[in-house]
Design a protein around this ligand. Structure first.
Ligand code: ZN
Ligand code: ZN
Ligand code: FE
Length: 756
């Protein structure tokens, strides 16, 4: 019986470069006795295989079912070919092609094999800080262009030594075609300097133990490192960094070390050990050996990550298991990536610098997330996640859309086909250098994805820097998207939803269509349009940003609302930061009645936090709300009365009676921990009742929760439970932040849809 020979060509797209795809294909083909070749190109991986028909079938079946661990196959096209009688199976050189369908992989935390080698004294890469393989190491941060080849990375200046070249060229080696492959002979090197850039001969671990602050050049940026158990070192770092309250992230030597300082759930453990290796914000155990009051003032959580780059292993030993590892920037400036820049701008902060000579091309912060038993809440999406695409649901326009995001915690989003690519975190665009990075980032994403946007989507706020950038690009059609509509669409796209959906959107600030500052809104909408169904009763918001920074002012406004002239009497007792002249100015403006109005949920949290004496002044965004959440007694179930009123233009959520109860209980000496919990419970009940009414009126039962307020785990958990109990299908963010770091995805989804 004669056996049929077939010859086929496969075109594979997705994350297939920098993940050991070609060696994997090679081994599989050789194993099955097939001939042909595999080739990387900028529009995908091409494979031609020739051999017995069942073997060819088995080949493609196995490849699709069991791709290499880091690969993500998005499509596979098959073509029949005439038999060409190849002599063997080969890996051909990369070619550049039109199309550029290949996605760049995010950076990947050190794998188990490389970890074993770097800690093995007999290995030639023992303690070598740049060890990597096809399954781990830098990717996005070193890639300058596609296709992904060493020559197009910041490793281009390091020709491989014969030993490394042999690994690179051997299809059976786990470093076969590992583009950043390197060793102490041929690769980048690391050195320690004093603050003037002069090399010193001490070991970095010794200077850390002596209490020094070290600027460490890592994968996506510099960190500032200090011994987290050394109170004086941590205090000094806070003082020099001029960061008086915002929590510091720490890096633990390993999982066991981390367990000493935090309570770690199963899902938190999985994230800590994941290849994204983010900072995981977990419950602090308040271990007496570390200064919790300096690491996470006012909070009961600690953000922890594990070593994700081999370089980090140089920073720990048996006597040092926890380091502060905070981004090396000065207040709101961008993260630092360059040696000279670090020496220049961190000279007043760091005592030593651990430098290396592999350039960071794309700056990338550490990602931050927290876990509840219902979901993973991504707070900052950067290293390990970017530039992985997010699939847009439904019909998308084929032209690329650029969505420029918000102004705080900015990320932008570029679409290609039906995928959305969210950028890394740029921070507050009000800072000029952040804004510059944002503009450079846009050009790099355009180049990386090989797209030219046909539409720009931006926020409706006329004063956002991102909006101004969009206005300057007036040769392209632009679409202004209402802030909370973008949140709604972001949560929908994040969950792959379509159709009319109820959105409960709670955040600090968003430009409303009526000139007010919105921030606690129930919308019904989809990717085309939205209608506002309910909102928190408007409060006067004199002073705008100033009042957002000073929660005690907002507390006074709420007091004035329910107590009128008697407000000052109470304010004197509970709002010591408010002076009489400031109170008079506020009252004056309230009486004139022409100030900005707001339905902001963030400001309501601020006001309650201030009146309870928890946090009268926000020294970082969200501080008052985070500290209020931290003190809430988890065992308290009490709920205050509230009202939902039907008005001609929708439902109004009234919180005056909540405020009356808070004032009453404060007077009666009820503990702030109890009041804080009852406030959370009341807000959850108020939102649930409102959403239930909107669902009843509209017949829609699909609900999404979005907005920065949903970083509050108490509120999120209560709401998901109570909405589910009310027979609603509740969706929370999974892949992008609930806060403004996620709105570019919503803007992009809307622009992909409506402009069709
Ligand atoms: Zn590895
Ligand atoms: Zn080498
Ligand atoms: Fe927002």
């Amino acid at each position: 019986m004669s056996q049929t020979i077939s010859s086929k060509r496969f075109t594979i797209k997705g994350i297939v470069q920098g993940v050991g795809f070609r060696p994997h294909v090679y081994r599989l083909a050789v194993e099955l006795g097939l001939k042909g070749w595999v080739l990387n190109s900028s529009s995908g991986v091409f494979i031609e295989v020739e051999g017995l028909t069942p073997k060819v079938d088995e080949f493609i079946h196995t490849l699709l079912e069991q791709p290499p661990p880091l690969a993500l196959i998005k499509s596979c096209q098959v073509e029949e070919l005439p038999v060409r009688n190849y002599a063997d199976f080969e890996i051909l050189d990369s070619v550049e092609q039109e199309g550029h369908e290949v996605m760049i992989s995010p950076d990947i935390a050190i794998c188990d094999n490389c970890r074993r080698e770097v800690l093995d004294p007999s290995d030639r890469r023992y303690r070598y800080p740049f060890i990597n393989c096809t399954n781990c190491g830098p990717r996005f941060t070193i890639i300058k262009d596609v296709p992904y080849d060493r020559a197009k990375t910041t490793m281009a200046g390091f020709p491989m030594c014969p030993e490394c070249a042999a690994e690179y060229g051997n299809p059976l080696d786990r470093r076969f075609h590992a583009q950043p492959n390197a060793c102490p002979v041929c690769g980048p090197r690391v050195w320690l300097t004093d603050k003037h850039g002069r090399p010193v001969h001490s070991q970095v671990i010794d200077v850390l133990k002596s209490g020094a602050i070290v600027a460490v050049k890592g994968l996506g940026a510099f960190h500032l490192a200090a011994d987290a158990s050394n109170r004086e070192a941590v205090r000094l770092l806070r003082k020099r960094k001029r960061r008086d309250a915002k929590p510091f992230a720490v890096m633990a030597r390993d999982l066991e070390a981390a367990r000493q300082y935090c309570w770690i759930s199963k899902s938190e453990e999985q994230w800590l050990l994941s290849r994204q290796a983010p900072i995981v914000v977990m419950k602090s155990l308040n271990h007496p050996d570390i200064p919790g009051d300096l690491l996470h003032p006012g909070l009961n959580t600690l953000g922890v990550m594990l070593p994700y780059s081999p370089l980090h292993y140089l920073l720990f030993d048996d006597d040092l298991d926890l380091l502060v590892m905070t981004s090396a920037n000065v207040s709101d400036e961008p993260i630092i990536t360059d040696n000279h820049e670090a020496l220049d701008s961190l000279a007043d902060i760091a005592d030593y610098f651990l430098l290396h000579n592999r350039d960071i091309f794309n700056p990338c912060d550490d990602s931050v997330l927290s876990c509840t038993d219902i979901s993973t809440n991504i707070i900052r999406r950067a290293r390990g996640f970017v530039p992985q695409g997010i699939r847009l649901p439904g019909n998308c326009r084929q032209e690329s859309v650029l969505a420029v995001g918000g102004d705080l915690k900015n990320t932008f989003c570029l679409t290609k086909g039906n995928e959305a690519f969210l950028s890394q975190h740029w921070g507050d665009l009000g800072n000029y250098n952040n804004y510059l990075n944002f503009t450079v980032g846009i050009e790099r994403f355009k180049n990386m994805l090989k797209v030219t946007p046909a539409v720009i989507a931006h926020d409706m706020h006329p004063d956002y820097q991102s909006t101004r950038w969009a206005m300057q690009h007036n040769h392209l059609p632009r679409l202004a998207v209402q802030h909370h509509h973008a949140h709604l669409a972001s949560a929908m796209a994040d969950n792959g939803l379509s159709g009319k959906t109820i959105g409960l959107i709670c955040d600090g600030t968003g430009w409303g269509t009526d000139g007010a500052v919105w921030g606690a809104e129930v919308l019904i909408g989809d990717y085309r349009e939205f209608k506002r169904m309910a909102h928190l009763a408007y409060m006067p918001f004199p002073g705008g940003d100033l009042t957002a920074k000073k929660p005690y002012r907002m507390a006074f406004i709420y007091l004035y609302q329910i107590l009128g002239e008697r407000a000052w009497e109470y304010a004197r007792k509970w709002l010591p930061d408010l002076s009489q002249p400031e109170a008079d100015i506020i009252i004056n403006r309230l009486c004139r009645g022409e100030q900005l109005m707001t339905s902001s949920c963030g400001r309501l949290f601020d006001a309650v936090s201030a009146i309870l004496g928890v946090c009268p002044i926000n020294r970082y965004e969200g501080q008052a709300a985070m500290e209020l959440e931290a003190i809430a007694n988890p065992d308290e179930c009490g709920v205050y009365p509230f009202q939902v009123k039907q008005q001609p233009d929708g439902l109004i959520m009234e919180v005056n009676s909540i405020w009356q109860s808070i004032v009453h209980e404060l007077e009666a000496g009820v503990a702030p921990t109890t009041i804080a919990a009852r406030f959370h419970n009341s807000l959850a009940a108020l939102f649930t009742e409102t959403v239930r009414l909107v669902a009843e009126q509209s017949g829609i039962d699909q609900v999404v929760l979005s907005g920065g307020v949903f970083n509050n785990q108490i509120l999120l958990k209560l709401l998901v439970e109570s909405l589910t109990r009310n027979d609603m299908k509740v969706y929370v963010h999974r892949q992008v932040p609930a806060g403004d770091g996620g709105i570019a995805l919503g803007q992009a989804a809307i622009a992909s849809e409506v402009t069709d």
